[in-house]
Design a protein around this ligand. Structure first.
Ligand code: MG
Ligand code: MG
Length: 258
């Protein structure tokens, strides 16, 4: 039920992952007040194509762009737009996917535009910490929901440390990945441990928690894509594509080590 890749196939996925990492680095560099999310999208598409890869989001079920740009109360699947100009204090999540030689990489970061509130910084840090806790559980011998449990536990701990219970998004989560962006299984960000398929070397999963500064209820906008918090609170989203090796998790979308 979870596809197992060869070492060579994982290396091909790593190459795709590096394109995504370089693209998100370029977007991070450019993202500042006064820049539109459409400009970030153009930069991302150019970076992906210059690397000989193809943006996986563009045309995916009709999605019109190469990144999802989700600003403030937008959680995921925000459509880049000329009219969406970043302002000081915004919190933007950028999700990006690329296909190289038929293999997919998928990763997301949350970026602070200029000075953002302490609360927003803590929200993004909590979400990133939950992602890394989940990644630590992407190990042979674990079961799928050991990852969910690790994500949930880390998010709850961050909430206790920050004195604020974060909203957990139940409808969206991680997924298998390989020659398609979204493959079996769905990986919930919340759940009891010890359930679901046993993890084996050669499997690849995208781990992607989303947290909000308020409740976890979501709404989809009339554009058919953008998912926002029902209560207007801000959201953060972090994601990496991770492979299971004999030596532990291999973060395929992490930037190359110096
Ligand atoms: Mg993604
Ligand atoms: Mg994903």
């Amino acid at each position: 039920m979870i596809e197992v890749k060869t070492r060579g196939e994982l290396q091909a996925m790593r190459a795709a992952g590096l394109v995504v990492a370089a693209t998100l680095a370029a977007v991070r560099e450019r993202a500042r007040a006064g820049v539109s999310t459409a400009e970030l999208d153009e930069l991302a598409e150019q970076t992906i194509r210059d690397a000989g890869a193809v943006p996986s989001f563009k045309g995916y079920h009709g999605f019109p762009a190469s990144i999802c740009a989700s600003v403030n109360e937008q959680i995921v699947h925000g459509i880049p737009a000329k009219e969406q100009v970043l302002a000081e204090g915004d919190l933007i999540s950028v999700d990006c996917g690329a296909i190289l030689d038929g293999w997919h990489g998928d990763s997301a970061v949350t970026l602070a535009i200029g000075e953002v509130s302490e609360k927003d910084l803590a929200l993004s840090a909590a979400t990133e910490a939950a992602m890394w806790a989940g990644i630590e559980a992407v190990r042979a011998g674990n079961r799928l929901t050991d990852i969910s449990y690790a994500v949930q536990t880390a998010a709850e701990k961050a909430g206790r440390d920050d004195g604020h219970a974060y909203g957990m998004i139940l409808e969206y989560g991680g997924h298998g990945i390989g020659r398609q962006m979204h493959m079996e299984p769905f990986l919930p960000n919340v759940g009891k441990p010890g359930k679901g398929p046993r993890l084996k070397p050669g499997m690849a999963l995208a781990v992607e928690p989303m947290l909000t500064g308020g409740e976890g209820e979501t709404l989809e906008l009339d554009d058919g894509w953008t998912v926002v918090t029902a209560d207007g609170s801000r959201a953060a989203h972090w994601e990496h594509t991770v492979a299971i090796t004999e030596d532990g998790p291999w973060v395929l979308t992490a930037p190359e080590e110096a």
